[in-house]
Design a binder for this molecule. Structure first.
Ligand SMILES: Cc1cc2nc3c(=O)[nH]c(=O)nc-3n(C[C@H](O)[C@H](O)[C@H](O)COP(=O)(O)OP(=O)(O)OC[C@H]3O[C@@H](n4cnc5c(N)ncnc54)[C@H](O)[C@@H]3O)c2cc1C
Length: 437
């Protein structure tokens, strides 16, 4: 978000910049004009969404194009259940826009504050061993190229570019329209329970493959996993949402308010973290309800944190998890934030963290006032030893040479970048590091 004084900061407060110029285009033509004018002045351009990436991927020292006003539904293809959105549309607006057409997005991540363009550009994902990340739902995009021209990519036009542009780190151009393959609106039956951690780990493969959407959180210093299992039901299924007060108590007071106190206390007196974590898991995570898919997939997150997440071959998750647990124990660290474990199906997007393999995700977090350094660095070494690929929007230290080895189509992506952005109009320091100059 851009603050008074013209300084842009990301949500996690890990990145900030004072751009030379900020524009808020409301139309596709205004984006084209802005890109051409920046090119004429030799200025680099970066489109930003909601600033929810933890890395410097959205940092815009030249022209910052804030696409908040380029939002809304453009059209719906009812026959094929496809909806085209302006790229700055926030994910939390999507359910309302699709509801009147009886449609929904197939899967979502933990929150819905992001823009649709930002979410797909970094490979944002939810959980579900049979489902891909949000970018796998994209069937067409329109982007403004470095020359200010419009490029439409869909199955009939430049179709070979779709696996690159659907998840493109903001490196290929400014996405202005995005078409999503939707599904008929559906509801989810959610079961959230605290369970013995070892039992969950022993049955992890079965739990992930037998449920539509399975994930769990583990608070270090406890032996409890907070599991979440969501089953897909038709829209006609009876809904039993959490009562508004119950939802507020669970999510605002406990999951966020209590948790903020735990984190703040742990920062000044680390020794209190283990008992407070045990209290937190006793008070949260036991509920069952049925509601519209978007209400169940996403929650609010008001406690600020920093995060590193790696994608692993799904069958490596248990070993990696055990190593991280042993590491925390051995080092005597006091970690107030939980570790999150999720799953996704293999896909064929060139820079997708789930490219070509059934994937398990392990995410580590730290309260934003705690220093993540040692913890994240040691966890990252474990992830890398097991073939991990870092989330593009979350903290990591890899550069282009390390990433090239982890993505079989990396050089194909770079070749498309050379073609669409030969002068690196859309480059910033992060992209230079992860893709090369
Ligand atoms: C509290 C929180 C919860 C999160 N939960 C999840 C989760 O459950 N799963 C998950 O995978 N990730 C999650 N993330 C990460 C987040 O989804 C990604 O970092 C996402 O990219 C953020 O979207 P944004 O709109 O804020 O994009 P930004 O961070 O603003 O931008 C991200 C990238 O997209 C590019 N971009 C944005 N708009 C355009 C455009 N129109 N054209 C071209 N490029 C563009 C930017 O240039 C940049 O490269 C979470 C982050 C936070 C802070």
């Amino acid at each position: 978000m851009t603050r008074p004084g013209g300084v842009w900061q990301n949500w996690a407060r890990t990145e900030s910049v004072r751009p030379q110029l900020v524009e808020f285009p409301r139309t596709v033509e205004a984006v084209q004009r802005a890109v051409r004018s920046a090119a004429g002045r030799g200025m680099r351009v970066k489109a930003v969404g909601a600033g929810h990436s933890f890395t410097g991927i959205a940092v815009a020292p030249g022209l910052l194009l804030d696409l908040s006003d380029l939002s809304g539904l453009v059209r719906v293809d009812h026959e094929r259940a496809r909806a085209t959105f302006r790229a700055g549309t926030r994910l939390h607006d999507v359910p309302r826009l699709l509801a009147r057409h009886g449609l929904a997005m197939q899967n979502l991540g933990d929150i819905d504050r992001q823009s649709i363009a930002g979410a797909v550009s970094t490979g944002t994902h939810g959980t579900g061993a049979g489902f891909g990340g949000i970018a796998t739902q994209i069937v067409a995009v329109t982007l403004v190229t470095a020359a200010g021209d419009l490029l439409v990519v869909d199955e009939t036009s430049d179709a070979d570019l779709l696996p690159a542009v659907a998840l493109s780190l903001g490196a290929l151009g400014v996405l202005v329209e995005i078409t999503v393959q939707c599904v008929p609106a559906f509801v989810l039956h959610a079961v959230e329970h605290p369970e013995p951690l070892d039992g969950v780990l022993d049955s992890l493969g079965d739990r992930a493959s037998s449920a539509d959407h399975f994930e769990f959180y583990w608070f270090p210093h406890t032996d409890v996993a907070l599991t979440k299992t969501n089953s897909r039901l038709p829209e006609s299924a009876v809904r039993r949402p959490l009562p508004v007060v119950g939802r507020w108590v669970d999510e605002t007071l406990l999951a966020n308010g209590l948790f903020r106190a735990v984190c703040a206390a742990g920062t000044v007196a680390p020794a209190v973290t283990p008992p407070l974590s045990r209290l937190a898991v006793r008070l949260t995570g036991d509920r069952e309800y049925t509601d519209r898919s978007s209400e169940v997939f996403t929650q609010s997150r008001t406690v600020r944190f920093v995060e590193m997440e790696y994608a692993l071959p799904a069958d490596a998750v248990r070993a990696v998890f055990d190593e991280i647990r042993a590491l925390i124990h051995a080092r005597g660290w006091r970690i107030s934030f939980p570790i999150e474990v999720r799953f996704a199906a293999a896909d064929d997007l060139w820079l997708s963290t789930a490219h070509g393999r059934a994937t398990g995700y392990i995410a580590v977090h730290r309260y934003f006032r705690d220093r993540p350094g040692e913890y994240f660095a040691a966890v990252e070494q474990i992830m890398l030893a097991h073939g991990g690929r870092p989330h593009w929007g979350k903290m990591h230290t890899l550069d282009a040479s390390a990433l090239r080895e982890r993505y079989p189509r990396f050089d194909d992506f770079v070749a498309v970048r050379d073609r669409l952005d030969p002068d690196r109009m859309f480059q910033n320091a992060y992209l230079e590091r992860v893709l090369g100059g």
